[in-house]
Design a protein around this ligand. Structure first.
Ligand SMILES: *Cc1c(COP(=O)(O)O)cnc(C)c1O
Length: 500
């Protein structure tokens, strides 16, 4: 197996090289030359394996240039009881006789980005070592909140790496800011940027494209890299939990081995649902993939019409991690659906960057229609869903998971489909506690002006659920980074951090 760009199949590289490079030079995304299958016997053995053993098996199928020992080491460092609070890394909660909630938020930052960002640093360090690069990796991240903290948690104290996160000083919530500025680790740096998210992002991009900076860093033994969500090393760990959920359902007798399930995913950048799709190409029995969007519903329209059109208003919603108009990972699905046609994929992406719009071929439209169902839920529907699920089943969903549940309910009322269904749950309700409290109370603006820690306590009293320790402890944690910089000065910050 080798990897190549979605826009050009000529260059053949290993998975380690794909993980180091992140993005192909032509702007395309790296894809494996084939999708490996699990045999019926292998699928059966998954039921009796731990999450870690399942991960070792699935990752080994894709990262064929890594040794079994290397993969085992990465998995054992990433998915620990210490970091996830339980050995059951991705537990499945049975909501009712048909619906199963796959909880992907037991990691250190209470959201599903941990599933990939806890292991990526280890995959990356191993890749660097394997390919003979003799440099310390420096990760630079511009964040609007969640990714920065998840990356800090993933890279903290991983030897051979350093990480500098830049956040907009006024653009993140109080809890998000505290999560970052109290980060421990001897290789981390956190800096506020006086400006908005775009200023932080532009500043980081400037450093990446400044060749004299890269060569200065290199002469001091450093190599710049990013932990971007289109890196293959972030996608492949996400395939594992769909297999794990299926194995748990077989083990608990909820389905028979070979039965099909539906998978519903609250979608933004299309990474999570693409991982589910790859699992099905490996042999996971799936009936429908249900793609759930919030009112930024560019994917709903695309999957229903075959026309992708990002020329529309951008909405700020109560599910901010899905407020996206360009879903980068969709390019990997297009490549696959076109019959691995790099020229065709490249053409769609060129149209997207020139006009913000493209229409796929009849063949791809047919493919999408067969496999996917898509719909969206606005903020009102999302809040209603949170309240309804709590009243009926006593279960609390966060605002992103509730988008998935709302869309699933619409799907069932339209199709009467009785297939058992996995709903991907991407964040702890505590991560978005203000909106969740408003949803439960059925009133808007209730939380206005309230302290975020007060809201955490109120949510806990209302639901009887314990506040996750990583959030509760923030209130009294020591602030370790109180430095902010001007938007022109990011490069100087990194120079000081690396002592260049
Ligand atoms: C990132 C994120 C999503 C969207 O996932 P994609 O892989 O980008 O589709 C959904 N929910 C939460 C809480 C997230 O952090």
């Amino acid at each position: 197996m080798f990897y190549h760009s979605t826009r050009d199949e000529s260059a053949h590289i290993s998975s380690a090289e794909a993980i180091i490079k992140g993005l192909a030079k032509d702007g395309g995304l790296f894809v494996p030359s084939e999708i490996p299958c699990l045999s019926a016997d292998e699928i059966k053995t998954l039921a009796d394996k731990s999450y870690q053993e399942r991960a070792i098996m699935i990752l080994g199928k894709f990262l064929t240039d890594y040794t079994q020992k290397e993969i085992t080491d990465c998995v054992e460092k990433a998915y620990t009881k210490e970091k996830f609070g339980t050995n059951n890394i991705a537990p499945l909660y049975k909501l009712n006789s048909k619906e199963y909630v796959l909880e992907l938020w037991h990691g250190p930052t209470c959201a599903f980005k941990d599933m990939a960002l806890q292991i990526l640093p280890h995959l990356l360090v191993t890749a660097v070592r394997k390919t003979g690069v003799d440099k310390e990796i420096v990760i630079l991240v511009a964040t609007s909140g969640d990714t920065g903290k998840a990356a800090l948690e993933g890279f903290a104290d991983v030897s051979g790496t350093r990480i500098n996160v830049f956040y907009p000083s006024d653009g993140v919530s109080k809890v998000q800011k505290l999560q970052m500025v109290t980060q421990k680790g001897n290789n981390v740096n956190v800096t506020g940027v006086n400006g908005n998210f775009d200023d932080a992002q532009t500043g980081v991009k400037k450093i990446f494209t400044n060749e004299s900076f890269s060569s200065l860093a290199e002469t001091h033994g450093f190599m710049l890299s990013s932990a971007n969500s289109i890196n293959w090393g972030r996608l492949v760990p996400q395939i594992v939990y769909y297999w794990s959920a299926y194995a748990d359902m077989c083990k608990e007798g909820e389905i028979n081995f070979g039965d099909k399930v539906n998978i519903v995913v609250p979608t933004g950048n299309f990474g999570n649902i693409l991982a589910a799709y790859y699992a099905s190409e490996m042999g996971l029995p799936v009936n429908k993939f249900i793609c759930a969007s919030n009112s930024n519903n560019v994917l709903t329209d695309f999957l229903n019409t075959g026309i992708y059109d990002k020329n529309r208003d951008f909405n700020l919603t109560i599910s901010p991690s899905m407020d996206i108009l360009i879903s980068s990972n969709l390019e990997r699905l297009l490549h696959f659906a076109s019959g691995r046609n790099c020229t065709e994929t490249k053409e769609y992406m060129a149209q997207l960057s020139e006009t913000g719009k493209y229409e796929v071929s009849e063949k791809i439209k047919e493919f999408l229609k067969q496999k996917f169902s898509a719909d969206f839920a606005d903020d009102t529907e999302t809040k209603e869903t949170i309240r309804k699920v709590f009243q009926k089943d006593g279960y609390i969903m966060d605002t992103h998971t509730a988008v998935a549940k709302a869309v699933y309910d619409k799907y069932v009322s339209k199709t009467k489909d009785e297939t058992k269904t996995i709903i991907a749950s991407t964040a702890s309700p505590y991560k978005f506690s203000g909106s969740v409290m408003e949803a439960l109370d059925g009133s808007d603006g209730l939380m206005f002006g309230k302290d975020e820690f007060e809201i955490l306590t109120e949510l806990s009293e209302k639901t009887g659920l314990e506040i996750p320790a990583s959030l509760a402890s923030l209130k009294d944690a020591t602030v370790l980074f109180d430095i902010t910089c001007e938007k022109e000065d990011l490069e100087q910050v990194v120079k000081d951090f690396l002592r260049l």
